[in-house]
Design a protein around this ligand. Structure first.
Ligand SMILES: [Ca+2]
Ligand SMILES: [Ca+2]
Length: 153
């Protein structure tokens, strides 16, 4: 994971702004865009801070039915700790508020063409619960299983 010192990142954004006038929304998403470019194909990533900052809590091409247990790609304090996510796979990732392989309860989906969600505080599970600091499990699903939820980055 490439991390630029804050000063350099600010300079990069400033010079980008000169060449390509960007909306503030685009500028805010710059870090996630950078992470998306660097991400591995077929993988999803989750970060503890917004804008894909703070290092990845985890990344995987597989699933994890409990982000708080001691096995799989997400463990311990990862549960209820993600503030941004990205999907560089070929099918949607379905995120759940709860845990377990019954895959029950509120969920939200991030499809590959959405690329990433840089600020989960704008998003909600189907149950109405906040997505930010709420994700506790995930799996990859076909498009038709995620039609209930569509959301902006
Ligand atoms: Ca786990
Ligand atoms: Ca949760």
């Amino acid at each position: 994971m490439r991390r630029l010192p804050a000063m350099l990142a600010a300079l990069a954004l400033a010079s980008l702004g000169v060449l390509v006038p960007a909306t503030s929304a685009q500028a805010d998403n710059w870090a996630c865009n950078d992470n998306y470019e660097a991400a591995m194909y077929g993988y999803m990533y989750a970060y503890d801070d917004m804008e894909c900052h703070g290092g990845a809590l985890g990344y995987t091409s597989s699933w994890d039915s409990d982000w708080g247990n001691s096995n799989g790609p997400f463990r311990g304090a990862d549960t209820n700790n993600a503030s941004s996510i990205l999907n560089k796979g070929s099918i949607p990732v379905q995120f759940f508020n709860g845990t377990g392989q019954d895959w029950a309860g509120g969920y939200a989906c991030l499809s590959p063409n959405e690329l990433y969600a840089s600020n989960l505080s704008d998003n909600y599970f189907t149950s109405g619960a906040k997505l930010n600091y709420g994700i506790s499990s995930h799996r990859w699903v076909s498009k038709d299983r995620c039609s209930a939820k569509s959301w902006a980055t």
